[in-house]
Ligand binder design. Structure first.
Ligand SMILES: C[S@@+](CC[C@H](N)C(=O)[O-])C[C@H]1O[C@@H](n2cnc3c(N)ncnc32)[C@H](O)[C@@H]1O
Length: 369
């Protein structure tokens, strides 16, 4: 297993406010960046700045859902502040590459919708027998919307959503509860506890997918199911319109290096880790569905274009939140440099001559009776 370096916490001023942001960690050397095919910030800053699309401020137009935190020990709220955004600050070894502030919670709410659009509105693809589902675990629940929707659909099931950040709403159906838990530590639930374990979009947060799925196997009841959904960060095109050195090409490369640097891979799809981890843990009847997501709205098929539109909206709603940490950690870029890069990548997502797509995989398996 790869161990990840501890990120330094931001120094606190006497008033408890975060002082000037500390660098996340030492970036890759110029030689290593070159070897990974990553272009310097000057490549982007030297070009004319693409215009910001005024219609793209999705997060503010969709507005926020209530998201107050449960009463938890105040130390849990001591977040790291990096370049003006807050990140999860403690609990085991957990360091999340996404912020945990209100802006990003709203982005995760849009992401929930975007993910639902990809699966035609289905919260799960495993063949669950409704009457058998009594206890459900949702790992790294984020906004908590999956847990809430699942609890609505299964009113007789008890749903537990876990996360390292207490960012979930408190106004939830009575059969949902949120708990703080680091999915990379040994899970504390007893053997054979859950009928269904859901893990959606755990990209870049898992130390060891084999250990994660071993934990899931242990806590699953015999006959219970595990499901894992996630996307690749690599943009592809069949007609060569995603070019080497384009912003979309760089997007995948920088995330991939970030995964290597922190020991939490972003190449879950490419490394086939969902299926391999389930198999190694002992799950049977493993199946998966690969969903092709066209980025943006270029696709001639209306339904495919709608899927791409929602994905674009979800990421654009807080693109800074998605890239700031990794671009700083891997490349040492300032938030201003990352913002310039973000403009270039958004321009490409909005260019319908670029026929980009990426893969999402939903995999599921059953614990033998
Ligand atoms: C992309 S969001 C998850 C989205 C959610 N599962 C969904 O499908 O809507 C990633 C979440 O993982 C949480 N996280 C990061 N590291 C974690 C860890 N080690 N254990 C549990 N949660 C973690 C973050 O706080 C964040 O809320």
């Amino acid at each position: 297993m790869v161990t990840s370096p501890k990120s330094p916490k931001s120094p606190q001023s006497p008033k408890g406010e975060a002082a000037a942001p500390a660098p996340v960690s030492a970036p890759l050397s110029v030689e290593a960046q070159n070897a990974a095919g990553i272009l310097p910030a000057s490549h982007w800053t030297a070009q004319p700045l693409p215009e910001e699309d005024p219609g793209n401020d999705t997060a503010s137009t969709i507005g926020s859902l209530a998201s107050t935190s449960a009463s938890l020990s105040s130390s849990i709220f001591e977040y790291r502040t990096i370049h003006g955004r807050t990140y999860h600050g403690q609990m085991g070894t957990a360091e999340s590459w996404t912020p945990n502030d209100q802006r990003h919670v709203e982005a995760m709410e849009i992401l929930h919708h975007a993910l639902m659009v990809q699966t035609d509105g289905k919260l799960y693809l495993a063949p669950l027998e409704k009457k058998k589902i009594k206890k459900v675990l949702d790992i790294a629940t984020g906004s908590g919307l999956w847990s809430i929707d699942f609890a609505d659909e299964f009113p007789n099931a008890e749903v537990i959503g876990t996360d390292v950040s207490p960012i979930q709403p408190s106004w939830v159906p009575p059969n949902v509860q949120f708990e703080l838990d680091d999915c990379n530590q040994e899970w504390t639930w007893g053997e054979n506890t859950f009928d269904f374990v859901n893990m959606r979009f755990l990209t870049g947060i898992v130390d060891d997918w084999y250990a994660l799925l071993r934990n899931a196997y242990r806590v699953c009841k015999p006959g219970g199911w595990v499901e894992s959904s996630g996307t690749s960060v690599k943009f592809l095109s069949r007609d060569g319109t995603v070019k080497d050195g384009s912003a979309m090409d760089q997007w995948g490369k920088v995330f991939r290096e970030g995964g290597y640097k922190f020991g939490r891979t972003f190449a879950v799809y490419e490394e086939d880790l969902q299926r391999k981890g389930m198999e190694a843990a002992g799950f049977v009847d493993i199946q998966f569905q690969d969903i092709e997501i066209p980025m943006g709205v270029w696709h001639p098929d209306k339904k495919a274009a709608e899927r791409g539109l929602w994905w674009k909206l979800a990421v654009e709603s807080d693109i800074d939140g998605y890239i700031n940490y990794i671009w700083n950690a891997v490349l040492g870029w300032t938030p201003e440099e990352a913002k310039v890069f973000a403009r270039h990548v958004k321009k490409e997502w909005n260019d319908s001559n670029i026929h980009s797509y990426f893969w999402m995989r939903v995999a599921w398996g059953r614990k033998p009776e």
